[in-house]
Design a protein around this ligand. Structure first.
Ligand SMILES: Nc1nc2c(ncn2[C@@H]2O[C@H](COP(=O)(O)OP(=O)(O)OP(=O)(O)O)[C@@H](O)[C@H]2O)c(=O)[nH]1
Length: 378
């Protein structure tokens, strides 16, 4: 493995907050400095569409169909070892799933640093200002609690999407971040357009290389740092954990649930702290739809506009009957975005929807109806 220490940057933040947008900027920034970054992308869904947004020159490991913080935690050390040995990157950046518990992700990476020489950098959390402002009004729900946890774990908080908020609401959210995590640096932004050279400089000033102090100062101060005693060997139950953690009766339907009995890491079950930290994304539902053919673009846009509130993230690559190009669509907190793409390799026409207890059958039926309409013209 050599003596090289690989810096590891972790991007946290709720689904659709702007992590990939920040990742793209960071990669450009590092490459301009002559560095060779590598990326680990973690997605709850079975397909990695964010990967399409990252240059094919950048080595990437995909951890799909689960969360680093739980179901595919054991894969992380394997993926990191392979990247470091195979690609010899100057740094690794991990984009965590937006549904992941940031503390658990930090712990998972910290565990890997027992086997590999890593310099774990303080966590950057991207906050969707508009989504937060909305949930802040009621101050309840699992999504809100997870967002708060992500805010508390970040050493740098990028308050993103401020273009969607009035100035006084922006101020209110900044103040809320300050109260929630008085130790973090808060950077308001649109499309994560921040001074990247300052991101970790500011955080490094607060934290040293001891992983315990990097967990987000708010946690340490409040004495809530999770107590961990669990360890993973390097080549740990790679496929085993993944297979048992999902309901694979129908490959197109997945539920992101926690079932700790599937892990051979039984310590989890005896850790009282674990129960509360892990409850955070039991509620997340994922539906993946593989399209049989192109659909009408207006029908699709209408379908997206009418998505139930419980669906807070959608993304996909698809073909429309009335356009020549393929499109990458993004839906995040009631805003949709379409980008022309020419995917490299074999990317199916697919859409992934992530949300809280929504009815997957309804979404499936609506999409099938769009396909059927095209297959049987009047
Ligand atoms: N209005 C607005 N939209 C933004 C901003 N930043 C990002 N977006 C859009 O929000 C959507 C989600 O952005 P991503 O960067 O993919 O978010 P993410 O956190 O990587 O999403 P997941 O990987 O699904 O968790 C995209 O359509 C972006 O174009 C912003 O500052 N303002």
């Amino acid at each position: 493995m050599g003596n090289r220490v690989t810096p590891v940057y972790i991007l946290s933040g709720f689904l659709g907050s702007g992590k990939t947008t920040l990742l793209q900027r960071l990669i450009r920034h590092w490459m301009e400095q002559g560095l060779r970054p590598a990326v680990i992308m973690n997605e709850i869904g079975e397909v990695n569409l964010d990967g399409l947004l990252v240059s094919s020159e950048v080595p990437m490991a995909e951890m799909l169909g689960g969360c680093i913080c739980c179901t595919i935690r054991g894969d992380l050390s394997v993926q990191m070892a392979e990247l470091i040995e195979g690609e010899k990157p100057d740094l690794i950046v991990i984009e965590a799933t937006g549904a992941g518990n940031p503390m658990e992700i930090f712990d998972a990476v910290t565990e890997v640093s027992l086997y590999l020489k890593l310099d774990i950098k303080p966590m950057v959390t991207v906050v969707d200002a508009a989504h937060l402002a909305d949930l802040h009004a009621s101050q309840q729900g699992k999504t809100y609690r997870l967002m708060v946890e992500q805010i508390r774990c970040g050493s740098v908080l990028v308050l993103n999407k401020i273009d969607l908020l009035e100035p006084d609401r922006q101020r209110e959210m900044s103040e809320f971040l300050r109260r929630t995590n008085p130790y973090a640096r808060i950077i308001p932004a649109v499309k994560c357009d921040v001074d990247l050279s300052l991101l970790w400089k500011a955080a490094d000033g607060q934290n040293n290389t001891d992983p315990t102090t990097q967990r987000g100062a708010a946690y340490i101060q409040n004495g809530e740092a999770a107590q961990k005693s669990d360890h993973y060997p390097l080549h740990n139950h790679h496929d085993h954990s993944r297979d048992q953690s999902h309901d694979h009766n129908d490959a197109r339907y997945e539920d992101h649930r926690h079932d700790h009995n599937h892990d051979n890491n039984d310590d989890h079950n005896h850790d009282p702290n674990h129960a509360h930290t892990h409850a955070s994304h039991e509620h997340v539902t994922v539906y993946t739809h593989y399209f049989d053919g192109p659909v009408d673009s207006e029908d699709f846009e209408r379908f997206i506009a009418e998505l139930p509130r419980e669906v807070y993230r959608g993304k996909g690559v698809l073909r429309f009957t009335d356009t020549a190009s393929r499109f990458l669509f993004q839906y995040a907190y009631r805003e949709a975005d379409y980008l022309k793409v020419t995917p490299q390799g074999n990317v199916p026409d697919v859409a992934v929807f992530i949300g809280e207890h929504f009815d997957r059958n309804v979404i499936a039926q609506q999409l099938k109806e769009l396909e059927r309409k095209q297959a049987e013209p009047e």
